[in-house]
Design a protein around this ligand. Structure first.
Ligand code: ADP
Ligand code: MG
Length: 350
């Protein structure tokens, strides 16, 4: 519904796969001195010298992870990169390279694939990452984008899900729930549009939530902020599936429990307002929503003083020694068991 109807629609069969790859990749610059050889050969060549290499993949499937009715293609390209870089940042690493593989049906034109790559290119520029390869193939139905992100970190800087210790503090970056409630706004507008295609929605009062859904930013800044503060988290994970499910992941990997305080969960005021309109509890949006791409981590209590005034972080709870003790203390003081009700993309239907 938000696609530009004026751009040309050239079928990919007009030029074929090799020309398409050239067309979409030729504007990309190499920015990293770690890239010895980029796109164009059978493999790229990288040199990370004395660092450990971090590698992670994520796949986005049309109709499961995104809906082109409200996801502009450029944003889709951008978001696909963010989802992947976030996994590198969640290891306390620096992201440096991506490989992008796409499967496209004949419904897609050259121009539409170029739009996706414009978003990928903007992401590469903003995050100082090199596109060094990928694969292109056809698909009988929707669009699939699979990205592999590569990054690096010094051996003693890598932070795993495993490592949280009893009495550590639990911290989250940014604010939560926005991407989920943004999706609810977009779904509602799509339903309105399907009934009345002439409708011109004014979505300005939801701009933050919608941006959190359509144009998330991965937390590239956090590893440097932490290193400036001389803090190495004891465990870390990115919030792709909702706070509740990520806490459970940290708990399982670290073999410890967690107590979360509901009143400490950071929510933006627009998110709170929009949640009220949709009659959704803001905490539930943060706990179960997902796609916020913030970072959740634990630190030793001795680092409390270094972090307490930093605007990037909220201290939301602490670690306990019992793995079965995964609870939230509600605003009313009740103890509620945390459940992994996170985003299950295989169950999600549009
Ligand atoms: P191969 O036959 O070895 O698979 P391709 O013709 O698929 O080679 O790819 C040629 C070059 O273009 C390679 O460097 C590959 O990594 C890169 N490439 C192919 N498809 C894409 C894509 N969708 N995005 C980025 N790079 C791509
Ligand atoms: Mg290939």
């Amino acid at each position: 519904m938000f696609q530009d109807k004026n751009i040309p629609k050239t079928p990919i069969s007009d030029i074929g796969e090799f020309e398409l790859i050239k067309k979409i990749t030729q504007h990309f610059k190499i920015r990293q001195n770690k890239t010895i050889l980029g796109i164009g050969d059978d493999s790229s060549v990288l040199d990370f010298k004395n660092n450990q290499t971090l590698v992670s993949s994520d796949m986005l499937v049309e109709g499961i992870h995104f809906d082109l009715a409200y996801m502009p293609l450029k944003h889709l390209g951008y978001k696909s990169v963010m989802v992947n870089l976030s996994d590198i940042y969640a290891m306390n690493g620096k992201a440096s390279h991506i490989l992008v593989s796409i499967a496209i049906s004949n419904r897609f034109t050259i121009e539409s694939i170029q739009e996706i790559y414009k978003g990928i290119e903007t992401a590469c520029k903003n995050y100082n990452v090199d596109l060094i390869g990928g694969d292109t193939t056809s698909s009988t139905s929707g669009l699939i984008i699979s990205i592999t992100a590569i990054g690096y970190a010094k051996k003693n800087q890598v932070v795993l899900r495993k490592g949280a210790k009893p009495n550590d503090l639990m911290i989250v970056t940014g604010d939560l729930g926005g991407a989920y409630i943004g999706l609810q706004v977009l779904e509602r507008e799509k339903a309105v549009f399907n009934v009345n295609p002439q409708s011109q929605p004014d979505l300005s009062q939801y701009s933050y939530c919608i941006e959190r859904q359509l144009k998330p930013e991965a937390r590239k800044d956090i590893s440097s902020i932490l290193s400036d503060l001389k803090i190495t988290p004891t465990s870390m994970i990115d919030i792709s599936d909702g706070l509740s499910s990520e806490i459970i992941h940290l708990s399982e990997s670290s073999k410890v429990g967690f107590i979360l305080y509901e009143d400490k969960i950071p929510l933006d005021s627009e998110v709170t307002k929009t949640c009220e309109e949709f009659k959704i509890n803001g905490s539930i949006a943060a706990l179960n929503g997902g796609e916020d791409y913030e970072l959740l981590f634990t630190i030793n209590q001795k680092d409390y003083k270094k972090i307490k005034t930093s605007p990037s972080f909220s201290i939301i709870g602490h670690v306990t020694n019992d793995i079965n003790d995964r609870h939230m203390i509600s605003r009313l003081g009740e103890k509620i068991k945390l459940e992994a009700q996170g985003w299950n993309s295989t169950k999600k239907t549009y």
